[in-house]
Design a protein around this ligand. Structure first.
Ligand code: NAD
Length: 433
């Protein structure tokens, strides 16, 4: 079997990986183990891939506007250094922890691998509630975090990008802080930057565009048309907004949207440009006057063909998977479905397009931005969109083909594809020393 190196003896790590322990990390490893067993993956390589190669944990202070000093936890984890530099988002969230960041870094490895990007997975986080920070506080926090992780990131080593609670402004502060320390501008140190600093204007819509490119392909698998298809979206941040806009442009109808404030529902379709304008002024969706307010938890039960979780992890689980009415779940968020939730959806015949494929548009356009930042040569938006569409379509079709060949679901096929490339690369590079 190609995934097995000859003459290897498996010596398991002697202590359990308590450092990274968390529900999300355990789920990520359990999912990996399931697929690794199916693939008959070399046991030593499997052992190596269960834990991250490098983890960075820091506590650091930042000054609040009222003069008080607050100390927070910061993380940056690199899962695999075999494929090239590492790449992954940075999240500001009140419950983020080392295990969560590690699980997400692992996911990033498979994601980058399956779309053919020359990266290993990484992820970072700061345990803080971003909505409680003023702009000045966020800037001070970001600059201090960047200074803490300064030796851990870099355009050739590890490249952060926006994720939950961070955006292009945060990336601009990271780029500036890093550049101040090295003494010259380094646009390649982060992606998702403002256009004026070498970002691409497609980056902000990239995850949504990628999801939308896959929508007709997924609907075709369940014999449904795109035009008029009803979509419910959980989360109206960077991913939720961009996917709402992109699927509307394809002729689908967004009938329900939710965010932290609650949800809204309109069976004949929400006016998405109007909702964008509303949230630009009023932040939250729940008071949008041109739709009915609903409880945020009810979003999964509204009548629709497609559900796009685009908020946080583990929102589809044993307790609600049976209530989901959609025929297709297009995972915009990272790890939105627990393994038990996934089993229930599968049993019910719901087609799940897994996160590592569905939301790969974000890291793909990040890769384009990074390349352009290294070369100081910039593409047109049209070129960027076309290359994104090609990569997403190719990945989808190969995973669909693999799923049919192996008689497995799309998530398993995507994981097999992602893991196998990394495993082969590890075996080819061999062991140092
Ligand atoms: P964001 O901070 O811009 O937006 C998050 C949205 O989710 C907000 O509208 C927030 O109110 C809402 N939300 C939070 N908790 C919720 C809950 N319990 N119920 C309903 N809504 C809730 O974050 P984002 O960048 O859009 O990221 C969303 C998800 O997509 C995350 O899982 C992230 O890891 C993933 N992701 C992001 C990108 C990217 O480019 N930003 C790329 C790939 C994947």
């Amino acid at each position: 079997m190609i995934f097995t190196a000859p003459d290897t003896e498996v010596i398991p790590v002697t202590t359990p990986p308590l450092e990274w322990d968390s529900g999300m990390y355990r789920e990520a490893v359990a999912q990996f183990d399931q697929v690794a067993a199916y693939m008959d993956l070399d046991a030593n390589v499997a052992e190596r891939l269960r834990t991250p190669q490098r983890s960075f944990l820091t506590t650091f202070p930042f000054r609040k506007d009222d003069g008080q000093v607050e100390t927070v936890f910061g993380y940056r984890v690199k899962h695999v250094l075999t494929m090239g530099p590492t790449k992954g988002g940075l999240r500001y969230a009140p419950t983020v922890n080392l295990g969560e960041v590690t699980a997400l870094a692992m996911n990033m490895t498979w994601k980058c691998s399956l779309v053919g990007l020359p990266y290993g997975g990484a992820k970072g986080g700061v345990r803080v509630a971003p909505e409680l920070l003023s702009r000045a506080e966020k800037q001070r926090l970001t600059r201090r975090y960047t200074s803490e992780i300064f030796t851990f990131i870099g355009p050739q080593s590890d490249i952060p990008a926006p994720d939950l609670g961070t955006d292009s402004q945060v990336m601009a502060w990271i780029m500036d802080t890093y550049s101040q320390q090295v003494g010259h501008p380094v646009p390649g140190v982060v992606t998702g930057k403002p256009v004026e600093l070498g970002g691409t204007s497609v980056r902000e819509e990239s995850t949504g565009l990628g999801l939308a490119y896959l929508l007709p392909l997924a609907l075709e698998m369940v014999d449904l048309p795109t035009k008029g298809t009803r979509v419910a979206i959980q989360g109206f941040g960077q991913v939720g907004k961009s996917v709402a806009r992109a699927v509307t442009a394809l002729g689908a109808r967004v009938v329900a949207v939710s965010d932290l404030s609650g949800g809204i529902y309109r069976p004949d379709g929400i006016d998405i440009p109007a909702l964008h304008q509303w949230t630009a002024r009023n932040v939250w969706v729940n008071s949008f006057p041109e739709a009915d307010p609903i409880d945020g938890d009810r979003l999964f039960e509204v009548d629709c063909e497609v559900l796009v979780p685009a908020a946080v992890q583990e929102v589809i689980h044993a307790g609600n998977a049976a209530d989901i009415t959609a025929a297709v779940v297009l995972e915009g968020a990272n790890s939105p479905t627990t393994m038990e939730g996934d089993r229930i959806l599968q049993k019910r015949g719901v087609l799940v397009i897994p996160d590592i494929l569905a939301n790969a548009g974000g890291v793909t356009v990040s890769y384009f931005e990074w390349l352009q930042g290294l070369q100081f040569y910039f593409w047109t938006n049209e070129e960027t969109r076309q290359r994104l569409r090609d990569i997403m379509t190719k990945a989808f079709l190969s995973i669909k083909e693999l799923a049919a060949k192996e008689q497995v679901d799309m998530r398993t096929a995507a994981l097999i594809m992602g893991i196998s490339r990394v495993a082969k690369a590890k075996l080819m590079r061999g062991l140092f020393p």
